[in-house]
Design a protein around this ligand. Structure first.
Ligand code: ZN
Length: 214
């Protein structure tokens, strides 16, 4: 069948590196890599089968934040679209914060809240949504709603002021280092790539500029 190649996709490993964001909301934003380079930008959720795989891995790598809650991926394409709209709203909100400091844009905040409202509106009205660390083991939360709650928890000055953009892959991450000096989403991946790149540039004896270093 001629469409076989379209159905074949390389599943990626949702490993610890892919949860470098430090909060579920940012990990979800980071399912798009190289956001600021149109020719390299890649959305891992274009393959819808990656969404439940991400949700499953998030339960493990965000265990502390989720308190053992189980994440339920969207059930259909409409819900998937709503979740992806929320993801983009989270990105717009915190990417600007990372660049401009501990404030939020009015429009970006409104978009984030309204996208989150679409998702929470689908839940049973009496359902209790965990906001603190007192989450319950085994509680089932829709993935999108969990990302919304995670984003809400980031909206406080101490946490907002620690959100950064990785200069290599453009992921968002929380810099929890004591002196706020973390430069990369993951030193072992982007930090090492940048180091290798600088080494290569030096060897080329100053020809060309290193566009990726800021
Ligand atoms: Zn990076």
């Amino acid at each position: 069948m001629h469409f076989t190649s379209y159905n074949f996709s390389m599943a990626i490993e949702w490993n610890e590196h892919r949860f470098s964001g430090g909060a579920l909301a940012l990990d979800m934003v980071n399912t798009v890599i190289y956001r600021e380079m149109p020719d390299r930008r890649f959305d891992r959720f274009e393959d819808r089968e990656e969404i439940p795989r991400f949700a499953e891995a998030a339960v493990r790598y965000r265990a502390e934040e989720l308190g053992g809650a189980v994440l339920m991926p969207p059930g259909n394409e409409t819900e998937t679209g709503e979740m992806l709209s929320l993801r983009e709203a989270i990105n717009a909100l915190f990417r600007r914060t990372a660049i401009e400091g501990a404030a939020v844009g009015a429009g970006a905040l409104a978009a984030f809240l309204s996208r989150g409202a679409v998702l929470t509106h689908r839940l049973p009205p009496e359902m209790a949504l965990p906001l603190g660390p007192d989450l319950r083991e085994g509680k089932i939360l829709p993935l999108g709603a969990a990302a919304f709650l995670s984003g809400l928890r980031l909206i406080q000055p101490e946490r907002l002021s620690r959100i950064r953009v990785c200069p290599n892959c453009h992921w968002l991450y929380i810099d929890n280092s004591r002196n706020r000096s973390r430069r990369w989403c993951d030193m072992n991946v982007c930090g090492n790539r940048a180091k290798a790149k600088r080494h290569y540039e030096r060897k080329r004896a100053g020809t060309g500029k290193d566009r990726a270093s800021h």
